[in-house]
Design a protein. Structure first.
Length: 315
């Protein structure tokens, strides 16, 4: 009888141990499964949050803004490898008309859409991504580094045809203008020439080509965004106006008057790849490094501001 009781007690203990072990394994598996599920959820959330923007857009217009857009696009490609951004020039007029018609997803412009009578500005959304400053670009053989605004107007309106008449060398002046519809021309005409109409000359819209023509044509003068001037290239001279140098500091303070906002316009609110690209243009990745290294000025650094009519006020 005692043996029977001992055997029953031993059997009960064994069953209890086996049951406990099984429960332990079950709990361990449940815990492991729970942790695995949690990790998978996190991974899914991570994958979802890092999901790349995909698709293709066309960005075009202002050749003054084009170098910045192209430089920013390099970083954008790395961030969103499945998104394709095609960037082209054509001038501000083309940028505005093409985004309004739907040919461009983003239209780049040096001028406000409200400045163009044939553009439905009320249908476009304006994103100011930078400030561009520009000045007259002169061939080194002209022998001038500064002109009064009065003399600058005489040069561009054809009233002066030789550099010697404004303190330079005995070299014939060759004008390099932009076509109608160019935002760079509109900005230069308004703020450097006080609205005067330039005389006929070589006409070219692409800023890179303008620089090439001025550098290779003795006595030539055109105008370029500051981003196109290179300290290592002395063949093209940026002119001071009324003794004020075309520098970032002078533009920010309002001392140098020839500048404009660089706009990116979309038809309606930006979405998809267009929104991602504009957001990237406005991010610290661009605004804090690429923008200034390319010769542009962050909008937030300006001490003055302008409206669509050109009226300037202190911030």
């Amino acid at each position: 009888m005692k043996r029977m009781k001992k055997w029953l007690a031993f059997t009960a203990m064994a069953i209890l141990l086996i049951f406990s072990a099984a429960c332990g394994n079950s709990n361990e598996k449940t815990s492991s499964s729970s942790n695995s599920g949690s990790e998978n959820t996190k991974a899914a959330k991570s994958a979802s949050s890092s999901e790349d923007v995909s698709g293709q857009i066309i960005v075009g217009g202002s050749t003054a803004l084009q170098p910045l857009a192209e430089a920013a696009n390099e970083g954008f490609k790395q961030k969103y490898p499945d998104a394709q951004v095609q960037i082209q020039g054509g001038g501000s007029g083309t940028g505005l008309s093409s985004v309004a018609s739907g040919s461009f997803n983003i239209g780049m412009s040096d001028i406000f859409a409200e400045s163009s009578a044939d553009i439905p500005a009320d249908q476009l959304v304006d994103y100011k991504v930078a400030v561009v400053a520009m000045t007259a670009a002169v061939n080194k053989d002209a022998g001038v580094t500064n002109l009064s605004k009065e003399d600058l107007i005489k040069v561009f309106t054809g009233k002066v045809t030789n550099w010697k008449d404004v303190g330079g060398n005995d070299v014939k002046i060759t004008l390099v203008n932009r076509p109608d519809g160019s935002g760079t021309r509109a900005t230069f005409d308004q703020f450097a020439l006080d609205g005067a109409t330039p005389a006929k000359g070589i006409e070219q819209d692409a800023s890179g080509t303008v620089k090439d023509i001025v550098s290779k044509t003795k006595g030539a003068i055109g105008y370029l965004a500051l981003s196109y001037f290179d300290d290592s290239d002395k063949s093209v001279v940026p002119l001071s106006i009324d003794g004020v140098e075309a520098t970032v500091e002078n533009v920010e303070s309002g001392k140098f008057p020839v500048w404009a906002y660089e706009h990116m316009y979309t038809k309606g609110e930006a979405d998809g790849v267009a929104k991602a690209f504009i957001d990237y243009m406005l991010s610290d990745d661009v605004q804090g490094s690429i923008l200034e290294s390319q010769g542009y000025i962050p909008v937030k650094e300006m001490q003055v501001e302008r409206d669509a009519s050109g009226k300037e006020t202190q911030k």
